[in-house]
Design a protein around this ligand. Structure first.
Ligand SMILES: Nc1nc2c(ncn2[C@@H]2O[C@H](COP(=O)(O)OP(=O)(O)OP(=O)(O)O)[C@@H](O)[C@H]2O)c(=O)[nH]1
Ligand SMILES: [Mg+2]
Length: 241
């Protein structure tokens, strides 16, 4: 199984992630065989409030990285809250255009309320994807900060997606998330209020970008900002891995 994963066999990748989600001992043994000598992937966390457009942004990033010829993995973490009960289906639909692309792997991971389990399974899945040769791994997760910190810790670059008209959420971001977030995206840049939200956040964050994920507007700028952050991180020899 480990060899199949290393060869990029998608069915083996899925199987091993399922074993790891169940904390199956075989899965853990396979993971150990994968651990050494694996490739390095850029791990990008896409976080933000429900409905801000995370999945739409992720689908655009998948397209952007594919056009650069990169193999892309997506881990969409679903916290199974009643509010976002439709998230899984929504993610699938939004990312459907990529499901026929063999160089794109998309996986929804349900947490069923176990925050610690979420962190472990997501972290394991990331290692599996890395070993399978995925060059970019996008992790979509709901919420910014607090109990999402574990997932945020996994990513080299954390992108927070906000939408205009969510005043309270913007205030919450300013309150305690500066250290966690590297890039802020004001998505739904086509909606009224986007300018105000942008101005407001630019006083607090160095990198605040406007996107319209439904059309792809602003996505090249986001790709460039992520690349710039990853280069900076490499220069500073971050201890993250
Ligand atoms: N007007 C506008 N609508 C957008 C934009 N981006 C996304 N949407 C819409 O916003 C809705 C939510 O988008 P999603 O990408 O599912 O948002 P999400 O943050 O992944 O949502 P959850 O995973 O459920 O938290 C969808 O109906 C999208 O079509 C945008 O730039 N402008
Ligand atoms: Mg989503």
């Amino acid at each position: 199984m480990a060899d199949r994963v290393k060869a990029g066999d998608v069915r083996a990748v899925s199987r091993v992630i399922t074993l790891l989600e169940r904390q199956n001992p075989d899965g853990i043994a396979i993971l150990r065989l994968l651990d050494s000598g694996s490739h390095r992937a850029a791990v990008i966390g896409i976080t933000g409030y429900p409905g801000a457009g995370k999945s739409t942004v992720v689908a655009q990033l998948v397209a952007a990285y594919r056009s650069l010829g990169m193999k892309v993995g997506v881990l969409a973490v679903d916290i199974s809250s009643p509010v976002t009960g439709g998230a899984l289906l929504g993610d699938r639909i939004r990312m459907q255009e990529h499901t026929l692309d063999r160089e794109v792997y998309i996986r929804s991971m349900a947490t069923r309320g176990h925050q610690g389990g979420l962190a472990r399974a997501t972290s394991d899945a990331r290692l599996v994807l890395e070993a399978a040769g995925y060059e970019v791994i996008l992790i979509e997760t709901i919420g910014v900060g607090q109990n999402e910190v574990d997932v945020v810790d996994l990513a080299h670059t954390v992108v927070a997606v906000v939408a205009p008209g969510l005043g309270d959420e913007v205030q919450a971001m300013k309150a305690g998330l500066l250290e966690l977030v590297h890039i802020v995206v004001v998505n739904k840049g086509d909606l009224a209020g986007a300018d105000t939200t942008l101005r407001d956040l630019r006083d607090w964050y160095p990198t605040v970008l406007r996107t319209v994920a439904t059309t792809g507007k602003g996505i090249p700028g986001l790709v460039a900002a992520i690349a710039a952050h990853q280069r900076l991180r490499d220069l500073h020899g971050s201890s993250l891995v």
